[in-house]
Write a protein that binds this ligand. Structure first.
Ligand SMILES: [Zn+2]
Length: 204
């Protein structure tokens, strides 16, 4: 943790101004998931807000800007975007993480800030967990789909059709589920992953 000399507070100083006193590079180091690299006189990193193959996010003395997706802002904007927090929650999180004493902070404020930090951490973990699960299910269903497809392609006799014809019904459903996992919204993906049918397919 870095030492910060908090100036004597004026009446109108608030948590946002306190957080602004932090060197932005320290905030960037703490919260940006990618490694910060020196490029010329600037720091750059891969942007967490879009698929960034090369570092497009530039860190300035008092803020940041991504030249890929155009997101930009100060430390509060960064933490708010990263953790899906409102600005005040983000400012409290930064203050709590950097041990900035808040002049007007009540015990409740401090507890709330800790809670927000924990929640953000839980959200991050859940997201990572979801990615793994989503990927597993996708691989599993893709292989079932390929198997179904090749069985259907092999149907030649009437007996084959009687035995395997039910697969004609399954194929479009599999196609739909795979499509949702590839391009669907988060809520649709969750619904698909929770559905009994997908659970059955994945437990076979
Ligand atoms: Zn970006």
């Amino acid at each position: 943790m870095i030492k910060l000399s908090v100036p004597i507070l004026q009446q109108n100083n608030d948590i946002f101004q306190l957080v602004k006193e932090l060197p932005f590079i320290e905030v960037a180091r703490r919260y940006l998931p990618g490694e910060l690299r020196h490029q010329g006189s600037r720091w750059v990193t891969r942007c967490p807000f879009h698929e960034d193959r090369y570092p497009s996010l530039v860190v300035y003395r008092d803020g940041w800007k991504c030249f890929g997706c155009q997101e930009h802002g100060d430390s509060v904007d960064l933490v708010a975007l990263l953790h899906n927090l409102r600005p005040l929650e983000a400012a409290r999180m930064i203050a709590a993480d950097f041990g900035i004493p808040l002049p007007d902070a009540t015990q409740e404020d401090i507890a709330q800030a800790r809670q927000a930090t924990l929640l953000a951490k839980a959200r991050r973990e859940l997201k990572a967990c979801f990615k793994v699960k989503e990927n597993e299910v996708y691989q599993r269903l893709s292989s079932i789909y390929r198997a179904v497809d090749s069985k259907l392609a092999g149907i030649q006799t009437e007996e084959d059709l009687e035995r395997l014809g039910g697969l004609y019904h399954i194929e479009p459903i599999l196609e739909h589920v795979l499509e949702v996992l590839r391009t669907g919204k988060m809520t649709d993906k969750v619904a698909v992953l929770k559905s009994d049918r997908v659970k059955r397919w994945c437990n076979k």
